[in-house]
Design a protein around this ligand. Structure first.
Ligand code: FE
Ligand code: FE
Length: 284
């Protein structure tokens, strides 16, 4: 078993999310109905088994040290989008949409609903942190639901039973309700399992409005934005900004349409929007 690439495609995780959180009032796709039936379910299960085992407090500290100095490379947003797009994956017949298309579709769906321009831009940017995969990082340290480390793992996290294999599970410093944190200390104090969200937050943190940064940083934190499992660590500012994280989530999950957006036609609009908020080159 290859522990670095348990999934055939990074999108297997997103497709699994659609089963856990189907679009309200929409019938689930026929072949998504049986949770344990498809071969992909076994892959996703195995993905979380590895993720839950290895995302320890020490692992997160080490990855933060490795990546958050942002010394990898300097790229414009469009260069990063092109770079990410080399992650195309043709092993999965169900997935015609590549990463750029997912980002454009998310942004376009937000734009069509008349939201503020920074929200549209957030749609375009939110998964750029997946370039971690191109640096050779294992899938389970790039995608998947995120959750706090350094305190008790909630049973509201997907596949909670797999945390028994995590060394923090039996470590008294980390396995109590608050662990190394304190009541309502604020999520900024809390280390999240390592992945594309936290990484991109650090790339963007000097440039975007607060709600945008919350979306980027916590959009995979389903145990909170869908399940409310970690309110005891959050402060008022967190709660206020999570309203935007919640508003964003349906665009992330339900904006996939079979017609690919015309990237070339949309590029001038997005170039202008990017230039309004971000410098020409960003440190990744
Ligand atoms: Fe994401
Ligand atoms: Fe996404």
């Amino acid at each position: 078993m290859d522990t670095n690439t348990p999934l055939e495609s990074l999108d297997d995780w997103e497709d699994d999310l659609l089963k856990r959180y189907p679009e309200p009032n929409k019938k689930q796709k026929e072949d998504y109905r049986n949770y344990t039936d498809s071969p992909r379910d076994a892959l996703v299960r195995n993905f979380y088994k590895i993720n839950h085992q290895f995302q320890t407090y020490d692992f997160v500290v080490a990855k933060q040290e490795e990546f958050l100095e942002l010394k990898k490379q300097k790229m414009s947003v469009w260069e990063a989008l092109d770079y990410l797009n080399t992650l195309v994956d043709d092993s999965d017949p169900d997935i015609e949409l590549d990463q750029l298309q997912h980002l454009l579709q998310t942004a376009e769906a937000i734009r069509q609903d008349g939201h503020p321009d920074w929200f549209v831009l957030t749609g375009l940017l939110h998964d750029l942190g997946k370039v971690l995969c191109l640096y050779g990082e294992p899938q389970w340290a790039v995608v998947g639901d995120t959750y706090p480390v350094g305190c008790q793992f909630s049973d509201k996290i997907v596949y909670p039973e797999f945390f028994t294999e995590n060394t923090d599970y039996s470590d008294e410093r980390y396995n109590t309700k608050f662990g190394v944190y304190s009541k309502h200390c604020g999520l900024d104090q809390v280390k999240m399992s390592w992945g594309h969200d936290e990484y991109l937050y650090h790339v963007m943190k000097d440039y975007l409005p607060k709600p945008s940064l919350y979306i980027i940083r916590y959009h995979s934190f389903y145990a909170q934005h869908r399940e409310g499992a970690y309110s005891h660590l959050m402060n008022e500012e967190d709660h206020k900004n999570f309203e935007w994280v919640k508003k964003f989530n349906p665009y992330d999950l339900y904006s996939k349409i079979p017609v690919p957006p015309d990237a070339k036609a949309l590029k001038p609009y997005y170039e202008k929007l990017i230039a309004k908020y971000l410098p020409n080159k960003l440190a990744f």
